[in-house]
Design a protein around this ligand. Structure first.
Ligand code: GDP
Length: 215
């Protein structure tokens, strides 16, 4: 078995294990203890975040479709086999969200990103049909300031033709270069077709395994 194959296998095993919903929190005082390495998922509303978390874990309805604007914004925690915490963060980019909602989102997410010691990777989801938009750039600047490593995960790649996908990957990599906290490798996924999921599971298993001991 090559190293790559071994990583894919450890990702498969990790994500085939139990995945249980732990809790939803609307305030950081309610966060669970930072006992496990943690990876978070975020993106514009409707990017395909719930579908991706469900597809990665092989569950049909583990993560629910996104909150509507104005509803309480919550962070949802899932325990993956007692080895990795998956966090479903509230999405951004609602065109018509009231300012108070946006400000509350910004405070909550900024404080979470800056203050969570066991957060080792953020998955920044980008819809393949749209590429990186201004609200994604804004969020990437917030991530750069928080010094949290993030990787771009393209979603819904089944909607593009092969040539279109290759151009999107090149253009997205070019946009990532100036961002200091961006991981250089990106992941092209389709929750519907299953493309790219094994590679993403492998990366997250590697991240979990190499997380600093003693968390
Ligand atoms: P969320 O709001 O980010 O949690 O997004 P959802 O997971 O609810 O997905 C938003 C919409 O995109 C839904 O209509 C999904 O069926 C669709 N969608 C999600 N992932 C894919 C995918 O991989 N391929 C296609 N074609 N559609 C997808």
């Amino acid at each position: 078995m090559t190293d790559d194959e071994a990583e894919v296998e450890s990702g498969r095993v990790l994500f085939a294990g139990d995945c249980t919903f732990l809790l939803s929190v609307a305030r950081l005082a309610q966060l669970p203890a930072p006992d496990l390495p943690e990876v978070a998922f975020i993106g514009r509303s409707n990017v395909g975040k719930s579908s991706l978390i469900n597809a990665l874990t092989g569950r049909k309805a583990l993560a629910k479709t996104s909150n509507t604007p104005g509803r309480t914004q919550q962070l949802n925690f899932f325990d993956l086999g007692g080895q990795l915490m998956l966090v479903d963060l509230p999405g951004y980019g609602f065109a018509k969200a009231p300012k108070g909602t946006v400000d509350a989102w910004t405070r909550l997410i900024r404080d979470y990103l800056r203050g969570r010691p066991n957060l080792i990777r953020v998955n920044l989801l980008i819809d393949s049909r749209h590429g990186i938009k201004e609200s994604d750039e804004d969020f990437m600047n917030m991530l750069d300031k928080s010094a949290v490593v993030y990787q771009v995960v393209l979603t819904k790649t089944d909607k593009l033709k092969r040539g279109e996908l290759e151009r999107l990957i090149d253009a997205t990599e070019a946009k990532l270069r100036p961002h200091v906290a961006a991981y250089p490798k990106l992941f092209a996924t389709s929750s519907e077709k299953g493309d790219g999921l094994a590679e993403l599971r492998a990366e997250l298993a590697t991240v979990a395994r190499t997380a600093s001991p003693g968390l």
